[in-house]
Design a protein around this ligand. Structure first.
Ligand code: PNS
Length: 159
């Protein structure tokens, strides 16, 4: 069975990576897909994010990384995915995630959303927090995969 893990991943964090590593043995294939969102101004381009995730997940042979635009369910159908994977960190994630899961169920009843609880040590980590810490020159090595540290340092050289 193919699973789709969609998201912004601007950039991928250790919390995201934890979800991918745990989804990988559950499915034949996991497609991690970066949303190309014209309404947001991301730090990294979708292609940069795709490359960052590709490097961070190179050890997981059944994980593929792609970009997509439009509805997640349309992309899932196009790729033959039957499950949408999402990580839940804290209770405040739940409202939005449940709303999304219900919307996706209405749009594509044959798809299931599977929530994985993010590992407790990463439950406070978000891409926004990572960018703020990096911008202010703080240490980010316990927040993002190693290959992303350098990319963030290049974005915020002075700290
Ligand atoms: O990493 P994020 O920003 O929490 O990911 C949110 C994402 C990309 C999964 C969500 O915004 C999404 O699925 N967007 C695509 C548009 C869509 O399908 N909308 C309807 C479902 S709410």
């Amino acid at each position: 069975m193919i699973a789709l893990y969609p998201g912004s991943f601007d950039p991928i964090t250790l919390g995201h990576l934890d979800i991918i590593e745990r989804a990988s043995p559950l499915f034949t294939r996991v497609i991690v897909a970066v949303l190309k969102n014209p309404n947001k101004t991301p730090l990294f381009t979708p292609e940069q994010r795709q490359a960052q995730i590709g490097l961070a997940t190179a050890h997981l042979k059944n994980v593929e990384v792609d970009t997509f635009a439009g509805l997640t369910v349309a992309y899932a159908r196009q790729r033959g995915a039957k499950v949408i994977v999402r990580g839940l960190r804290v209770l405040s994630d739940f409202d939005g995630e449940l709303q999304m899961a219900h919307t996706n169920k209405l749009l594509a009843p044959e798809l299931e959303t599977l929530f994985l609880a993010t590992a407790s040590e990463h439950s406070f980590v978000s891409s926004s927090l990572v960018k703020e810490v990096a911008k202010l020159g703080g240490p980010i090595d316990h927040l993002v995969p190693v290959n992303v540290i350098q990319d963030l340092r290049e974005c915020f050289p002075a700290g």
